[in-house]
Design a protein around this ligand. Structure first.
Ligand code: HEM
Length: 405
């Protein structure tokens, strides 16, 4: 790949239908692969493979359940390993140097590429031909730093291609994309950019929600106990969602009640549109408030109550509310949602088996099920504070008490 074609983003313009078409194809490829039912056991196995080292690490850093910890830095490498194994068919737990470095790039990206600031908006709005004339010393520092991620992705691509050539079966996302590239449907930078996007979007999200689930089970011990008993009665098998609807219902209640990913990305309006009486002009920015819908009495009865049962129907089956959109909805909704649900379900099945999650008096988390109680759970720090691309709980530390001690 030549240096000229490496950049943080393909230059998308509405006047460039080819770019839009290729993005749609990339997105479709990701969703097609994740939704192949026959591959689901393969994705589950990738989650299962992470469990021994994550459980051991959580026991060690949590000093066998005596020291409260923030679990994000341990769930993040596990989630990244799963998503990159899905994309590249490479097990990064055998290449921890790449895994740990890519986690750093992804976390750095969240504090830079993903966060909006005036400086960045200014750069985005310049036409690319003009941007190309700006000397690198005027670019934000993180731009040069993030280029290192591309080197790692190119190395991993080489590693992948040692075991795969054009015409072989396409079991990884990279193989599928490279086949498209060979057929002239996309260019090399599209392939690399999609892998880069997965590093930035596919691990911190799942890792953050996994930590959020454990934290909320510590806040609501009766739900945790019920879940443990159900899973234990099945010997912690639950290979599929339908085998433990209460676990999926609990995950969806945590998506609703603890929406750390509280809004969609920013999108621009393509033509003058009216939504619920509001008029939006072409090119205006729009963003969907996931939290706003979640906590609206109109869509969820007693919204301030934590109640997984609201996601089960009369037969005890999981029923997704049409008003809940943790992944947003429509053409730009999260393409990783199938994989994300699989990851959360199976990570949690194992974590619940191995640990009891408990609050610690030095790190109190409010559990008052009222509007005030709900509000007091969150920090009020500004968007530029660390990790504030997500909605952040004031307290993130809790105990993970091993059940097998
Ligand atoms: C629990 C985990 C996750 C949650 C809650 C989540 C949520 C979201 C949300 C709200 C968006 C913005 C959608 C919009 O603005 O319309 C998004 C975008 C995206 N997500 Fe996820 N996500 C999760 C996991 C994943 C995973 C595992 C992957 C990859 C396999 C992924 C890949 C992406 C990508 C590529 C985008 C950008 C889509 C675009 O711009 O068209 N996400 N996600």
């Amino acid at each position: 790949m030549s240096n000229e074609t490496i950049g943080l983003m393909r230059d998308h313009k509405r006047s460039d239908p080819k770019g839009t078409k290729i993005s749609k194809l990339c997105r479709r490829r990701l969703m097609e692969l994740a939704s192949r039912k026959q591959y689901e056991p393969k994705w589950v196995a990738k989650v299962d493979a992470q469990i021994p080292w994550v459980v051991e690490t959580l026991k060690r850093v949590g000093e066998n359940g005596t020291k409260p910890i923030d679990t994000f830095s341990y769930t993040m490498p596990a989630a990244l390993t799963v998503v990159l194994d899905f994309a590249l068919d490479i097990d990064l737990s055998k290449h921890t140097d790449y895994r740990d470095r890519i986690c750093l790039y992804a976390n750095n990206a969240l504090e830079s590429v993903v966060k909006l600031d005036k400086y960045k908006l200014f750069f985005i709005h310049l036409p690319s031909w003009l941007r190309a004339w700006i000397p690198l010393r005027f670019w934000p520092d993180w731009v040069a730093y993030q280029q290192g991620l591309y080197d790692d992705i190119l190395d991993l691509q080489e590693m992948h291609n040692k075991n795969w050539s054009l015409g072989d079966e396409t079991e990884s996302l990279l193989a599928i994309l490279q086949t498209d590239q060979a057929q002239g449907k996309m260019e090399e930078w599209d392939v690399i950019n999609l892998i880069q996007q997965l590093c930035m979007t596919g691990a911190d999200t799942t890792a953050s929600v996994t930590s959020g689930i454990m934290m909320n089970l510590a806040r609501f011990p009766a739900v945790q106990e019920k879940l443990y008993k159900i899973l234990e009665s099945q010997n912690f098998r639950a290979d599929e969602f339908k085998e433990c609807p209460y676990l999926l219902a609990t995950i969806y209640e945590i998506y609703r009640y603890c929406p750390m990913i509280y809004r969609s990305l920013l999108h621009s309006i393509t033509e003058k549109t009216e939504i619920l009486g509001e008029t939006f002009e072409k090119d205006e920015f729009i963003c969907f408030s996931i939290t706003g819908a979640n906590m609206n009495e109109k869509y969820f009865k007693d919204p301030w109550k934590f109640n997984p049962d609201r996601h089960l129907n009369e037969d005890g089956e999981f029923q997704k509310s049409p008003y809940q959109h943790p992944f947003n909805t429509g053409k730009r909704s999260c393409p990783g949602q199938i994989l994300a649900d699989i990851e959360l379900f199976h990570f949690m099945k194992h974590f619940i088996k191995h640990f009891e999650f408990k609050l610690h008096p030095d790190h109190p988390m409010p559990v008052v099920e009222s509007e005030e109680g709900w509000n007091s759970f969150w920090t009020r720090q500004p968007h530029h504070a660390p990790m504030h691309h997500f909605l952040q709980p004031k307290e993130r530390k809790f105990l993970l008490v091993p059940r097998d001690n």
